[in-house]
Design a protein around this ligand. Structure first.
Ligand code: FAD
Length: 458
């Protein structure tokens, strides 16, 4: 029986006729792809193939890479994302293993020594060829799934929690933890924010004090909103120490407790509240210099913010694609929505915003490819802060416009507007996580001012 009731079959414009238009006025194409309707497909159109639109002048290697990543995302990540968004469970470990086989976890950390000797995406790209544009492709292809909470659930904790280990840990610790995390056997989170300190990182209160023999840290305190924290095995923790802030790698064990926090997106992200009670950690787990944690934390933010810009830019494109299709198929007052100038004007603004974000992003990506990690930390914190602020503001404007364009469906969790509703509900995550919008804009301007000649005058 038709889920919308039997009356549809008695409508004089439906039975025995070409119902393409009537069908698409009320359904998403994916309805036809459900297993129970596969029997209705009587053939395929000869020579039809899917085409990837988007960046122009993309090198052939990147195109091949993008095609392979897209196929993987469509076949494996998309279905898991939709299922986990519904049941709220963590991303499937089976999928994590499939990603390990292609070295996707390692590639999501960006280019670097951790890729050495690995076969990437079945050998499409070598570790030496792999650059930030390849990583951008991975993040943006995953961004197409339209499942914001799941996007964070799928090892986002590692993307922000592992780099301090890769960049600042002692060799033995780095090797052990990197091997475990990049093979998908263990999970790691970045634990900086607290109820007391979010934007104001220097205000954090978790303490680490040394034992009298100076061989261990004793950590006490709490952390809030830690992505993947519910299921992570390791935590990269910002602590207050005698001479400033110090970042320490903590393994789940005695004295570490994690509890889920309910947020507006799905629990599949594993967002946690963490308590550390007299947790004993070897001093060898210190990441970077004692008292020099602020540099470790701030330099780590750059990659995190750039990744968030990649996914924010791609999500905006997803929403525009949805709107372009919808306004083409939805008819009101006897004509398609896209025949209304007001609607086209909204689309124009959306497209202009998304394209400007993507272009700026690619500009900064190019610069990252030509700078060392340290140079990026020194020169790009401001520009990346400004880009993230701009991107997340654009995303919010686009989310609001999209809801208007979709009407009631834009605020309905299932059916044709479900991605629009999801995006509208979760778009502000990008404007808060990894640094709040206003704070990042301010950072960009302050960095620009600090680079001005001191005696600059009109
Ligand atoms: C779902 C989720 C996941 C997260 N994951 C992690 C994680 O994995 N690891 C982690 O360490 N943290 C994580 N966070 C924390 C996140 O980074 C912080 O929420 C964020 O940095 C903002 O801090 P806050 O919420 O304490 O806001 P506050 O710092 O209290 O700021 C509140 C508001 O005031 C504004 N504001 C503050 N200072 C200024 C200023 N100087 N100028 C202008 N405006 C200002 C901000 O823009 C913000 O809108 C997560 C948060 C959420 C909600």
């Amino acid at each position: 029986m038709h889920p919308g009731g039997a009356s549809v079959f008695f409508d004089e414009e439906i039975p025995g006729q070409d119902v393409t238009e009537a069908f698409y006025a009320l359904h998403r194409h994916e309805v036809l792809q459900r297993p129970q309707y596969q029997r209705l497909q009587i053939g395929t159109i000869k020579d039809e193939e899917s085409v990837i639109f988007g960046r122009v002048n993309v090198p052939t290697l990147q195109k091949r890479f993008q095609k392979a990543v897209r196929e993987f995302v469509d076949e494996h990540i998309y279905p898991d994302a939709q299922a986990r968004e519904d049941d709220g469970k963590r991303p499937s470990l089976d999928l994590v293993d499939k990603m390990t086989a292609l070295n996707l976890h390692a590639m999501r950390m960006g280019p670097g020594k951790h890729l050495k000797g690995r076969i990437l995406m079945n050998g499409i790209v070598t570790p030496e060829e792999f650059d930030y544009f390849h990583e951008l492709i991975i993040t943006q292809e995953i961004g197409r799934i339209g499942a914001r909470g799941y996007g964070d659930g799928l090892n986002s904790g590692s993307i922000i929690g592992l780099p301090p280990v890769l960049n600042f840990a002692r060799p033995e610790l780095r090797k052990r933890v990197a091997d475990e995390v990049l093979s998908g056997k263990k999970f790691i989170s970045l634990a900086i924010s607290e109820a007391f300190a979010g934007s104001d990182v220097r205000g954090l209160k978790t303490t680490a004090t040394k034992t009298p023999d100076e061989r261990f840290w004793i950590i006490n305190g709490t952390k809030k909103w830690i992505t993947n924290g519910v299921f992570s095995d390791y935590f990269t923790v910002g602590c207050k120490t005698e001479d400033g802030l110090t970042v320490i790698l903590v393994e789940r064990g005695e004295g570490v407790e994690t509890k889920p926090i309910k947020t507006s997106y799905s629990p599949t992200a594993g967002t946690a509240y963490i308590t550390f009670e007299n947790v004993k950690v070897p001093v060898e787990n210190t990441l970077g210099p004692e008292g020099g944690g602020i540099f470790v934390i701030l330099s780590n933010f750059n990659h995190e913010r750039w990744v968030m810009c990649c996914s924010s830019a791609r999500s905006q494109r997803v929403i525009i694609e949805e709107c372009l299709k919808w306004t083409n198929q939805r008819k009101a007052f006897g004509k398609p929505l896209n025949s209304q100038a007001v609607i086209r004007s909204k689309l124009a603004a959306m497209i202009a915003r998304a394209e400007s974000v993507q272009s700026w992003l690619e500009n900064l990506t190019y610069q990252m490819n030509n700078m060392s990690y340290k140079e990026q930390a020194q020169k790009l914190a401001g520009p990346l802060g400004l880009l993230k602020m701009y991107s997340t503001r654009c995303a919010q404007d686009t989310a609001r416009d999209a809801v208007q364009i979709f009407g009631g469906r834009g605020i309905t969790k299932s059916g044709m507007g479900r991605f629009i509703e999801h995006n509208y509900r979760t778009v502000t995550f990008d404007s808060l996580l990894g640094g709040a919008e206003d704070v990042l804009g301010d950072l960009g301007v302050r960095q620009a001012i600090s680079k001005m000649p001191k005696n600059a005058r009109l």
